[in-house]
Design a protein around this ligand. Structure first.
Ligand code: SAM
Length: 289
């Protein structure tokens, strides 16, 4: 069985939110996810910030980030600005916006984000299969560049290759599971043209990471998992979803007692770096420092 088939089966137990991923503005995405206290970009933020600092110390330039499954530029909004998910939930829930057209929302967002101070010297390219989310993120100014791509089903267009050469750090939150090793296989030739980026993925515990790890190892990467740490992705959407996920975890040999059994979907953090760099500095020193 290929990973995409395995992941499809695992995804069947997850509450389906596909309807909010491709709307003409970010309101539905944030209004729906707020109900489940979706928080993985928030808890990932300090880890990504530490990696950015670590990379800056070594590379001495603006850090170029590629966010896979970036949606409306969520990680970019948090990393570029002094904002939390609560701030974004509040922003896109604003009563004044209730009757606004998508165009008015985007104009308002553009002003809102351009008035905010940028707190990090980063540039963010985002990839997502959602045309609307990428268009919004680019128009609002949250992405320096957006690529509408589903690398599970299509090759990386040759024109996109050059723009991905400077990538220092690839990140993802809430995306592995929708994407498999196929997307990584298609990205690696492009992102490793200059220097090899670090690759940082937050992955729900029910999705195996081994096939992605294997693909990355063929490109000289060592993958480490941050041991003993879980990160809250969101509340379960229903008892039924929780029961099915607990069953999936048990089948995978993972004990959910005191973890998902308490009511939240949990992710783990995987960091993949060129073997030499991974050997020189342990993940704990970088991600927890
Ligand atoms: C749960 S959302 C996570 C978005 C964002 N990273 C966050 O944490 O808020 C999953 C995203 O993955 C995107 N996605 C799903 N399948 C994809 C694929 N095959 N290729 C690219 N993006 C995909 C969806 O459009 C959606 O924006």
């Amino acid at each position: 069985m290929t990973s995409s088939v395995t992941f499809e089966k695992i995804n069947e137990v997850k509450f389906n939110m596909d309807n909010i991923y491709d709307q003409p503005d970010p309101r539905s995405y944030f209004q729906e996810l707020r109900k489940f206290d979706y928080s993985i970009p928030d808890v990932a933020k300090p880890v990504f910030q530490k990696l950015i600092s670590g990379l800056r110390r070594e590379r001495h330039h603006t850090i170029h980030i590629l966010d896979l499954g970036c949606s409306y530029g969520v990680n970019s909004a948090l990393l570029k600005h002094d904002l939390s998910m609560d701030d974004l939930y509040e922003h896109w829930n604003h009563e004044k916006l209730a009757d606004a057209t998508p165009e008015e929302v985007i104009q308002h967002d553009r002003r809102f984000f351009s008035d905010l101070r940028e707190t990090a010297d980063i540039e963010v390219i985002g990839i997502d299969q959602s045309k609307n989310a990428i268009a919004c993120a680019e128009e609002i100014g949250l992405l320096n560049e957006g690529l509408v791509l589903n690398l599970e089903t299509e090759a990386l267009p040759p024109a996109a290759k050059e723009g991905l050469a400077p990538v220092d750090l690839m990140i993802s939150t809430g995306c592995v599971g929708y994407v498999t090793e196929k997307s990584f296989e298609r990205l690696l030739p492009a992102v490793t043209q200059d220097t090899q980026p670090w690759i940082a993925n937050f992955v729900l515990r029910m999705f195996p990471f081994d096939a992605i790890e294997q693909t990355l190892s063929e490109w000289g990467y060592t993958t480490e998992k941050l041991d003993g740490q879980t990160f809250v992705q969101r509340q379960f959407a229903s008892d039924d979803e929780q029961q099915q996920v607990l069953e999936q975890l048990r089948q995978k040999g993972i004990d959910p007692t005191g973890k998902e059994a308490e009511g939240q979907l949990l992710a783990e953090f995987f960091l993949s770096r060129p073997a030499k760099e991974a050997a020189a500095r342990p993940i704990e020193e970088l991600a927890l420092a």
